[in-house]
Design a protein around this ligand. Structure first.
Ligand SMILES: [Fe+2]
Length: 472
């Protein structure tokens, strides 16, 4: 359908997800349609960009927006909702001075030549934790890809300063659970004359992490996440790489320093979690990916499932102006890589007909191990994430949930206590309802994708990335 101004009605509905949301929401009970299971008790907390306009400027990229936390507390079938900006240095500068003062993913602060030289070797990295959050022991931590994770209060959402020191300059907002310690595992790139990938562990009771392994690297790859098996940390380097010097000297925003070099192929490196020894790299066809789905060992091979794209063009797709104009984005493809550690060969194949991204699994039961189910959001005719996909990676089949004018975010799987089936539980997804002009929390039966409940939110929630459910 074409509206009077020439924009499609579909686009107008969807672009609401890229409108800044300035209003914070005090905690209060919200209306529920349907039935939220009585066993579901705890809080879904999510982060995402919510404000792209600062002073007279608009940020360049979806990933740049100032972080807002959203919290749904669920008990006895009732739900309350609250939202609050994550009070970081980047947020305070924007709120109190009306200025973008820190370097975001694709937006730099306005700097005079003098200040550019002054900050050349100590760039003002953002602490804008808009990508993901985690819980280590009793600490809630919001993260982006800079080494400044921000601790916050899981009840009030109030920020509480830097969570811990990251041993590098670049890191991921997708740490894994380190089952033996109950802490987290992550990787960081330490940049310098001899750059390194460093793998580190943060135990629940430790203030700062320890480096458990490292490997030299000349041109670090952009890696948004990594894989984990019971024995191995799985690093997948896509050929989207950066010369560390250009990060300090180019004067360009962070991501614009990366170069697509398909001739490098995709390189898998395995790091032994016990000894720290590395194996590889094992090379295969070039691709790009933000999200690992899962990895595990099978018959002497390492199986790695990824949400892939042909190249890094997706980064361009996510520039804000394109998204606000309703331009379509590239659809992901789920691929399976099988790394044979003996002869060092890598096989890869398309795993499913229907692709998705923002993947979730029954993490507590299946991460690091053979698994059968994954859930994510898929891109349909609208050119944007407009459905939830359930994949049976064993049978290689998919099922979908979709509703008119609705754009669901990452579906977080919550296992029903005592459930025997791997998919026994619910999915929690924040959905933008383009027809209503607001968002709702969708509760689906994770096995059947039957709708159980919709929880009304009093306003729209801009499209975000990731969140976690903390059981009560
Ligand atoms: Fe992510």
């Amino acid at each position: 359908m074409i509206g009077e101004d020439g924009a499609t009605v579909e686009d107008a509905r969807r672009s609401l997800g890229f409108d800044s949301q300035d209003e914070e929401t005090p905690a209060g009970e919200v209306r529920t349609e349907g039935r939220v299971p009585a066993w579901l008790r705890g809080a879904l907390i999510r982060t995402g960009p919510a404000k792209w306009e600062v002073g007279g400027r608009t940020m360049n990229h979806w990933f740049d927006g100032l972080a807002m936390l959203h919290r749904f507390e669920i008990a006895d079938g009732r739900v309350s909702y609250a939202s609050r900006f994550l009070e970081t240095n980047a947020y305070r500068a924007a709120r109190d001075e009306g200025e973008i003062r820190y370097s975001e993913f694709a937006t730099d602060p306005c700097r005079s030549l003098f200040s550019r030289i002054a900050t050349m070797f100590s760039p003002k990295l953002t602490d804008n934790g808009n990508v993901n959050l985690t819980k280590v022991g009793e600490r809630f931590i919001a993260m982006t890809e800079t080494p400044i994770p921000v601790q916050f209060d899981g009840a009030t959402l109030a920020a509480a300063g830097v969570a811990y020191d990251v041993p590098g300059e670049l890191t991921t907002a997708h740490p894994h659970l380190d089952r033996p310690s109950g802490g987290l595992l992550n990787y960081a790139a330490k940049l310098g004359p001899r750059s390194q990938y460093r793998f580190f562990r943060l135990r629940p009771d430790d203030a700062d992490p320890e480096v458990v392994a490292s490997a030299p690297v000349r041109e670090p790859a952009y890696m948004h996440s990594f894989g984990l098996t019971e024995r191995w940390i799985v690093l997948a380097e896509f050929p989207f790489v950066v010369n560390p010097l250009s990060l300090v000297l180019s004067g360009r925003p962070y991501i614009e320093n990366y170069r697509w070099k398909p001739e490098r192929g995709t390189r898998f490196t395995l790091v032994d979690r016990s000894s720290g020894e590395t194996s590889g790299p094992f090379e295969t066809d070039p691709c790009f990916c933000f999200h690992h789905i899962n990895a595990y060992e099978e018959n002497g091979s390492v199986v790695v499932d990824l949400c892939t794209f042909e190249d890094a063009g997706l980064v361009e797709d996510f520039y804000l102006q394109r998204l606000r104009e309703g331009k379509p984005v590239t659809a992901p493809e789920v691929r399976r890589y099988r790394i044979s550690t003996g002869p060092g060969a890598v096989e890869n194949e398309r795993l499913l007909d229907d692709g998705f991204d923002l993947p979730r699994i029954n993490y507590g039961r299946c991460n690091e191990r053979p698994y059968r189910y994954a859930w994510g959001t898929g891109i349909g005719a609208s050119g944007w994430f407009d459905r939830i996909v359930k994949a049976d990676v064993g049978e290689r089949t998919t099922a979908t949930w979709a509703a008119d004018g609705c754009y669901p975010g990452e579906p977080v799987f919550v296992a029903e206590p005592g459930a025997e089936a791997e998919d026994g539980g619910v999915l929690l997804s924040i959905v933008l309802d383009g027809n209503a002009g607001s968002s709702f929390l969708l509760v689906l039966d994770a096995a059947t994708l039957d709708e159980l409940a919709r929880v009304e939110v009093p306003r729209h929630i801009p499209f975000g990335f990731h969140g976690q459910f903390a059981s009560a």
